[in-house]
Design a protein around this ligand. Sequence first.
Ligand SMILES: Cc1ncc(COP(=O)(O)O)c(C=O)c1O
Length: 380
Amino acid sequence: MPAEIAPFYAIQLSRIAHRLKAEGRSILHMEFGQPSTGAPKAALDVAHRVLDTEAMGYWESAELTARIARHYRETYGVTVDPEEIVLTCGASPALVLALSSAFERGDRVAVARPGYVAYRNSLKALHLEPLEIACGPAERYQLTAAALAALDPAPAGVIIASPANPTGSIIPPAELAAIARVCGERGIRIVSDEIYHGLSYAGETRSMLEFDPRALVINSFSKYFSMAGWRLGWLVSPGEVAAARARAYVGALFLTAPVLSQHAGLAAMDARAELDGHVAVYRRNRELLLEALPKLGLASIAPPDGAFYIWADVGHLTDDSLAFCERLLRETGVATAPGLDFDPVEGRHFIRFSFAVSTAEVEEAIGRMIPWFAAQARRP
Ligand SMILES: Cc1ncc(COP(=O)(O)O)c(C=O)c1O
């Protein structure tokens, strides 16, 4: 029987936002976690040239896998064989590859709640069992070694995300090491989603490969590299057997990543100055929102260490974050994501702001939201 997959409510909100925009309303899109900037100029220049000169058949760029391996060496001090890197159409297929190549039908895989909606849904679609662990303010909304040690029986795997979506919280290096130790002792296979690396404002983003050389690591060009629509990412599958398995799976399920994107992605990896400019904008946006949140009466938020999100508790105002986000959108034009997407239990009390927009848009959104929030009645 096909698995039941919940709808992505932010998409529902976004459709309303686009309809309102078509009617002439001014809309500020803070519902999706995607950069509003395009690919770096160097990547675009290469893409224009490739379009005119290449036939673009099925192909995997050996230069790009070598460049990604160099990135692991330079950024994290870990050695990754380019043969262990599989290029994919983004982190989403990399996640499917990691889960399908490492686990068996019915295996339990631990995930944080709140967490990225696709973890739960991909696990279910692959007939694996998501084991959701409630993570609140005491754990900085993140999985801990202690929580993993307490699971009885031990799950087959765990998905770690740092910085995380929807919270932006980062797991400190000592805790990553402790998680790797507990997982090693208990035979729990780690899948580490490192898609928000490069986007951090407080705390270090260290790769799980520094602590567990067997970890399956997924990453992508969608966030830091500002190339979401180019659909390019990768899976690091350490070890000869795991790498061969991942390769067999990618061949069977997806064939290759887009050729144009592979060429452009290679150039993007050396466009640090331009990309770090985007991070400076996000840093400013984050500061502005942090300053404004008390004026909105939002006192309880997850530590926004990285990524481009603020996960805010609106439980004093609503018991239905979907209806709340829709009202906020219709009445102010500010589109946000309802917490239900990320936490089916507590999410009705949370909303997520994405600040991957321009600073002018953040300022405008704050200006519209202050009077709106002030006018909202507290729940009894
Ligand atoms: C935590 C996380 N992982 C993976 C993805 C998927 O990204 P993509 O398939 O665009 O690389 C996203 C997208 O928002 C995300 O937030």
